[in-house]
Design a protein around this ligand. Structure first.
Ligand code: ARG
Length: 599
């Protein structure tokens, strides 16, 4: 495919000297495999684009392909067998370490910072967004040749710890003295799951509720945070304990989601000893200005940001932004990155504008390397979620509910399925994660169970089903096909068994449905690149749905194992099945979704 593109570009360049050649993908495989929009070239040459595309169609010859003028577009359309050989070759003969659509190491380094929950709060459906968008971005960049560092800027420092310490010390005697009592970490049965972090969280919610009527409590929280910052041993001891409890819970969720970080040790607290040096740097650079009540700020009006960046409160305590500045400076030293992505909600747009602006003033090295990839908040039909008020939806509840709903469907449709529980877990997860990716990253999502868990339509399970159906066809085909499918599926994300040589006769793939499927397979790398560039998995998720749907058309119209198929037809169609399974599995894997072999 790449070779074809190059050939086409060379022909166009020769025919249109001085014109910049950019190719597109036609809307359907019916039209062709590559399209050259003639508008710009026509304008440059003072011609009509329709006429230019006709002239080019008449003037260019490429073996195995037809050049067709379609209005202002010049389409290159491969002969059915050529398309089949090109696409199947690219997918099935790709070396294991260089799967279809991937790129070689490009020597560039990216930090993806994602998830970053606050300690002592529970993981809500809102955190799923940062976690899974970030995970997909990390996977996608790695696939495209970047060296990726996965960081989690845990919220393990800040005034909320003052609140927690105040709440805990106030009410510990109300049965909360040992948050871990009666809890078996090794066996967190569902009904017990919410202890001990839940107990801590309840203290937090209660404190905020009572604080409304008793403003003096606010000072209590502040005083505790001061003690913490000053190194008071009791404050430190409790803080470390809260942190440990939280991390244990988070780790369990990350394991369940299949998400891992290079380290969980570089949270906000990690930068504590770097706050003074950071303030010194700002001072030396002449950026610090006295704000209200002794606070210290950096003015950003000159770069078009009206609100100054607060870096130290009047009482001398550090804030969120100070720790982010220290973190960025640290990351420069530790990772020498080319790009740093912050996967954080749209409610922090201003914060990141300020952060990046201060960094640019401090050190021009940062310019152009820092990127906030915001995502829309998850809303409940009744309004915004608020941890403080306690009206939130916990991620684990969503995952459990999804699993149970799927299990009920399996029970009904396929009661003999082996490993029912495990499959239900993968499908439930697929439903939730895919739902998230199908939503535009930046728009808010309204969460309703029905939409998340819908198992038909543009959903994860629909794509997972196409994959499982193909593996079942391969098992039925028996012999080598069955063995290869099994070995491949056992090996990991992309069924990495090579198929060399390809079936010699690909005539069995001439039908329009087979050709359409080949065309959509060729679209996968395009979708992967678009997902990485746009920093959201949506284009990839859409392409996977299209692939699954196109496969279904192929499956219905081009019988694979029909007894009256010739051997050649059967082999060619099976090869297309394997290629499709591989593409689906690879795509899902990049999104952080596993594809069960049966369902
Ligand atoms: N802990 C923060 C929160 O839950 C998100 C942290 C985002 N990352 C950052 N570098 N500020 O809102």
């Amino acid at each position: 495919m790449d070779a074809l593109r190059t050939t086409f570009e060379q022909h166009l360049a020769a025919a249109l000297p001085g014109v910049e050649i950019t190719l597109e993908r036609p809307k359907s495989g019916e039209l062709g495999d590559l399209a050259f929009p003639c508008f710009r070239a026509a304008k440059q040459l003072g011609k009509n684009p329709m006429q230019l595309s006709q002239e080019l169609a008449a003037g260019i010859r490429i073996d195995g392909a037809a050049l067709v003028a379609a209005g202002p577009y010049l389409n290159l359309k491969l002969a059915p067998e050529t398309r089949a050989a090109a696409v199947l070759g690219a997918i099935l003969q790709a070396p294991g370490d260089q799967p279809f659509g991937s790129r070689r190491a490009n020597g560039r380094k990216v930090i993806v910072e994602y998830s970053s929950p606050n300690i002592a709060k529970l993981f809500t459906i809102g955190h799923l967004r940062s976690t899974m968008i970030g995970h997909a971005l990390a996977q996608l960049h790695q696939f495209l040749g970047w060296e990726v560092t996965r960081l989690n800027h845990l919220g393990d420092w800040g005034t909320q710890f003052g609140t927690l310490l105040a709440a805990y010390t106030r009410w510990a005697q109300d049965g909360n003295a040992d948050l871990e009592a009666d809890f078996d970490w090794a066996d967190p049965a569902p009904e017990k799951r919410r202890t001990p972090l839940f107990r801590l969280f309840q203290l937090y919610v209660r404190f905020h509720a009572e604080e409304e009527n008793d403003p003096a409590m606010r000072d209590e929280g502040r005083a505790w945070f001061r003690r913490l910052e000053e190194g008071d041993p009791e404050a430190r001891r409790l803080w470390a304990w809260f942190r440990k409890i939280s991390l244990k819970e988070f780790q369990r969720i990350y394991d369940r989601l299949g998400v891992a970080f290079d380290t969980l040790e570089q949270g906000e607290a990690f930068y504590e000893d770097q706050l003074v040096p950071t303030m010194d740097l700002l001072e030396q650079a002449g950026l610090l200005v006295e704000g209200d009540k002794g606070a210290r700020i950096v003015n950003l009006e000159d770069v078009g940001i009206a609100t100054p960046c607060l870096v130290q409160k009047g009482d001398g305590t550090s804030i969120y932004a100070t720790r982010d500045l220290a973190a960025a400076l640290y990351r420069k030293q530790a990772y020498a990155f080319d790009r740093c992505l912050y996967v954080v909600g749209t409610d922090q747009v201003l914060h990141f504008q300020q952060l990046f602006a201060v960094l640019n003033k401090l050190d021009p090295w940062f310019h152009g390397r820092m990127l906030h990839t915001p995502f829309g908040m998850v809303k409940l039909p009744e309004g915004k979620m608020s941890t403080r008020k306690g009206n939130v939806i916990f991620l684990e509840d969503v995952l459990d509910e999804a699993r149970e709903r799927v299990a009920a469907i399996i029970q009904e449709k396929n009661p003999d399925l082996a490993d029912r529980e495990a499959v239900a877990e993968l499908l439930g997860m697929g439903a939730v994660v895919f739902f998230d990716a199908m939503n535009d990253r930046v728009k808010p999502i309204t969460f309703t169970w029905d939409r998340v868990i819908a198992l038909d339509g543009d959903t994860g399970p629909y794509v997972q089903y196409a994959h499982a159906r193909i593996l079942s066809v391969l098992r039925k085909a028996g012999g080598d096909w069955a063995a290869k499918a099994q070995a491949g599926a056992a090996q990991g994300p992309c069924l990495p068994f090579p198929l060399a040589p390809l079936p010699a006769d690909l005539g069995g793939l001439a039908a329009p449905e087979a050709q359409a499927l080949l065309f959509e397979l060729a679209g996968l790398p395009v979708a992967i690149t678009a997902a990485a560039e746009g920093c959201m998995a949506t284009p990839l998720a859409r392409q996977l749905v299209t692939l699954a749907r196109t496969f279904s058309g192929f499956y219905t119209n081009c019988p694979i194992l029909a007894p009256d198929n010739t051997h050649e037809v059967r082999e060619a169609r099976l090869a297309l099945c394997v290629a499709t399974a591989r593409a689906l599995r690879q795509g899902l894997y990049l999104m952080g979704i596993q594809a069960p072999e049966e369902m």
